[in-house]
Design a protein around this ligand. Structure first.
Ligand code: S3P
Length: 438
């Protein structure tokens, strides 16, 4: 049962969650499809584009830069169709571009603006204005790009296009947004650019750019990209998002009697950290119908309730599970022994400080959790009792609170639940289906 109080929603304990759903389209891949289509010389239909607040911001941003987009609005019935303006065809809008809450938009678009004529300003909401932008500002400046940030660190960002120099850059943090921004800027460079990531992070940009004709070479953690003359992109069909499916993978594992099938989920190995971790904790998850769609691996996933045991997680797998690690704290609350996460300081600079949020909220609903500088430790077995859970406007924290409620003894009230519109506007519809209420 779900009860609503203005912007708070109460998620009551649930019986087994059962059924088959298609999780929403992948947010990362949707952003990239819109950006790369905009600088291609093709007309690209993006089937199953994620109609959520973050990805709509990217679509509106490219439209504001003069790229014709049919079915721009999420209320229109059709898929967006982007009439690519070519590599250097974007034009600065009259004012700043509002990218709302979207870290991917504000970090990827400067790479593209580096190769255009004129100045482009990007700004966003309160949360985006607190997130570090020096991680793209510094390497883009090394490439000769004129980019300015407030105090050198924060949005708004202003990029003035011009010449771009090829560089070799060793990234200090494993961030796919930084890597992608540099790879996009490198399309306009005067020679091949090399980017080295400290640990594996998602490679959707490389896959999509290669499919559009860019020359890209991979050597372990090094990506080399060559300047492009033009990109040609076919229509794309966006895969389902494993980061959204993850809520059901954990809900299915901890709510007794559950059996959930999620169809067409992206299982690109750079994104399957949580899947690997849950399997090691004893989860019952099977993969079927594995196949490749335009370079991206997809599969149908079925999760059944299982008894979990705690695990120590750290090192290279962290970057492959970064958005899902908070869910691991909840899974750990139902596992025997301790679940420990280390090497995940990046969680502090997401849409909210997710280490602080986890500790504040899980502790308040009766989970034994302690925060550390770079992760958390959870002592498991009985799961949450119930209480209030504050999302702090962070979509993934809101959905975590909801799943905690389903698996709790007394129910969880999620304050500011509306933030789910950032990545998963149909979360409650899918929950109703799985509870047999629709
Ligand atoms: C994303 C990369 C990750 C992830 C974010 C989406 C992307 O961020 O947390 O939700 O689409 O490239 P970082 O690049 O900061 O690790």
């Amino acid at each position: 049962m779900v009860q609503e109080f203005s912007n708070s929603v109460v998620f009551m304990p649930s019986g087994g969650l059962k059924g088959t759903i298609q999780a929403p389209a992948d947010k990362s891949v949707s952003h990239r499809a819109a950006v790369i289509a905009a600088i291609s010389d093709s007309t690209v239909k993006i089937k199953n584009f994620l109609r959520a607040a973050d990805t709509q911001c990217t679509l509106r941003a490219i439209a504001a830069c003069g790229v014709p987009v049919d079915n721009l609005d999420d209320v229109s019935p059709g898929d967006p169709v982007i009439h690519g303006a070519g590599l250097r065809g974007l034009r600065p809008p009259a004012g700043p571009i509002d990218i709302g809450n979207s870290g991917t938009s504000i970090r990827l678009l400067p790479g593209v603006f580096a190769g255009q004529e004129g100045s482009f300003t990007l700004d966003g909401d309160e949360s985006i204005r607190l997130r570090p932008m020096d991680r793209i500002v510094e390497p883009l400046q090394k490439m000769g790009v004129s980019i300015k940030a407030r105090d050198g660190l924060y949005a708004p960002l202003t990029v003035t296009g011009g010449s771009v120099h090829a560089v070799h850059f060793d990234m200090p943090v494993a961030s796919a947004q930084v890597k992608s921004s540099l790879l996009l800027a490198a399309l306009y460079a005067d020679g091949p650019t090399e980017v080295v990531e400290p640990a594996v992070c998602r490679d959707h940009t490389e896959i999509m750019l290669a499919a559009a004709g860019a020359r890209i070479e991979k050597e372990g953690l090094l990506t080399r990209i060559y300047p492009a003359k033009h990109l040609h992109m076919d229509d794309v069909d966006i895969i389902a998002d494993i980061s959204s499916a993850a809520f059901w993978l954990v809900a299915g594992s901890i709510v007794p009697g559950s059996e959930i099938t999620l169809t067409g989920v992206g299982v690109n190995p750079t994104r399957t950290g949580l899947l690997d971790i849950l399997l090691e904790m004893g989860a019952d998850i099977t993969l079927e119908n594995e196949c490749r769609r335009k370079g991206e691996l997809v599969a149908d996933l079925t999760v059944r309730y299982a008894r979990l045991h705690g695990l120590a997680v750290g090192g290279g797998i962290v970057g492959r599970a970064i958005d899902e690690l908070p869910l691991l704290a909840l899974a750990g609350a139902f596992a025997t022994g301790e679940t420990l996460v280390t090497g995940a300081a990046e969680l502090k600079v997401k849409e909210s400080d997710r280490i602080a949020g986890l500790v504040e909220n899980l502790d308040a609903i009766g989970v034994h959790i302690k925060g550390t500088d770079d992760g958390f430790v959870v002592r498991g077995i009985h799961g949450p009792l119930g209480g209030s859970f504050f999302s702090h406007g962070d979509h993934r924290m809101a959905m975590l609170g909801a799943v905690a409620g389903l698996a709790s003894r007394e129910g969880v009230e999620v304050v500011d639940f509306d933030s789910v519109s950032v990545s998963y506007p149909s979360f409650r519809d899918d929950l109703e289906k799985l509870r047999g209420e629709s």
